[in-house]
Ligand binder design. Sequence first.
Ligand SMILES: Cc1ncc(C[n+]2csc(CCOP(=O)(O)OP(=O)(O)O)c2C)c(N)n1
Length: 513
Amino acid sequence: MNGAESLVHSLLKSGVEVCFSNPGTSEMHFVAALDRIPGMRCVLGLQENIVTGAADGYWRMAGKPAVTLLHCGPGLANGLANLHNARRARSGIVNCVGDQATYHRPYDAPLTADTEGFARGVSQWVRTTTKAADVGADAAAAVQAARTSPGQIATLILPSDTCWDEGGTVAAALPVPAVPQADPHAIRAAARVLREKKNVLLLLGGSMALTQAAQEAVQRIVAHTGCDILAETSNARFQRGQGRMPLERVPYPVDLAIQRLSKVEHLVLVGSKAPVGFFAYPGKPSKHYPENASITVACRQEQDALAALTALAEELGAPKVAIGSNGEKPEVARGAPSPEGLARTVAALMPEDAIIADESVSYGRGFFPATHAAAPHDWLQITGGAIGCGMPLATGAAIGGGGRRVINLQADGSAMYTVQALWTQAREKLPVTTILLSNRKYQILLGEYQNVGANPGRVAMDMMDLGNPDIAWAKLAQSMGVEAATATTLDQVADLMSQSFARPGPFLIELVI
Ligand SMILES: Cc1ncc(C[n+]2csc(CCOP(=O)(O)OP(=O)(O)O)c2C)c(N)n1
């Protein structure tokens, strides 16, 4: 057995079943092993940022890591932005990066790079294997690292001779470390604040704190103490809709965030961080909560948020209460597109258990209020601010979601970073409906420009304009095998959404806004 075969067998033994890949020469033995050994679903992405973003989406829905197959330092580097987003989402991913053979590295051939250096900035675990006999054990260690709570990026660099040399040894799965529990003292301290103080904000972050089960405990705490409640601005996976709390998030715009948090005297954090601005702005504070607010960490990000929230509810003596109805499901909106109208239409039509992949950027700021009463669904956001995440995320979420419909709410500028993901959706026949928000500009940057106190002139305007030429979205999608149509009204979007939900494969609706 060669090293590459031991790699595939060991990954399978550790429960890894999907490989998102963009291979090169140094990975040919890995590719050959995947060809010979059944059991791994191999999905080709046409740029590495598709591969890494899809692995992120897969983890968020499947709760287990996929493996990525990447080519040398530059291939990994192409995937870094979405690995950055994945790290912020606390997703578990195993990256396998093929690299120069050990004995070839000293010759400094063109693709030789500081692969470990590239990996380190986004990975909690990095290892370069040096011989075939270690490949299996290193792969098992990488999976173990990826599965360590809350989810980690593990990058295994494989010089090509470690893959083609004989002597590969299959490794058994290593135990997944138990999710650490919150400190009982921290729970008691948080209970004291919630019981004794006023103007307390319970701030939730991370997928574990936003599951329906966690929200059931949150509902008890809120009903019993009357505390304020919010989720972080960006969340990896948020269970929403009927049966879940109508939770809002810390607003993104700095002034709105400061205003929303202005009365907070005590912050209790569960899987979250005290809110700060995405950026600094001249004359505005970095921290968006009052300077003298106290901070109590009830549960750290890697700790078991469900157990912590349940323990907190018990410590408070909060009786069990049901999560109430979120009201009537909205009706489909008609006429000219508006953010609220689109949100209502999506809420009206989304099938039960849909997955929303949200990279709607400026248009989607207010999508939450109008979608609380939708059918139960999962909402995935871009977590690290590196745009180009939505389409790959939707792709991976569709594979991890086991047939559930994915609705990708997708801003046009961000889409153009990773538009090739559509091709993967077509090839894999994935149930993804993309609603492409075609405003033909970098709208958010126009606002940001004004925030830093400047007025855009011709040159500045041109740098935020995506017209001239306009992107022909329907043709672009069709060229990659995705059915597509353009809508200019909400009535048309509603019709196209219904049509697409009735079909198995992907569909893109360009909504001109
Ligand atoms: C990787 C990366 N490159 C650049 C940026 C800067 N940036 C933030 S938003 C944005 C434009 C977004 O435009 P679009 O997706 O069309 O959304 P809109 O602002 O129109 O709502 C850019 C370029 C970024 N956040 N991440």
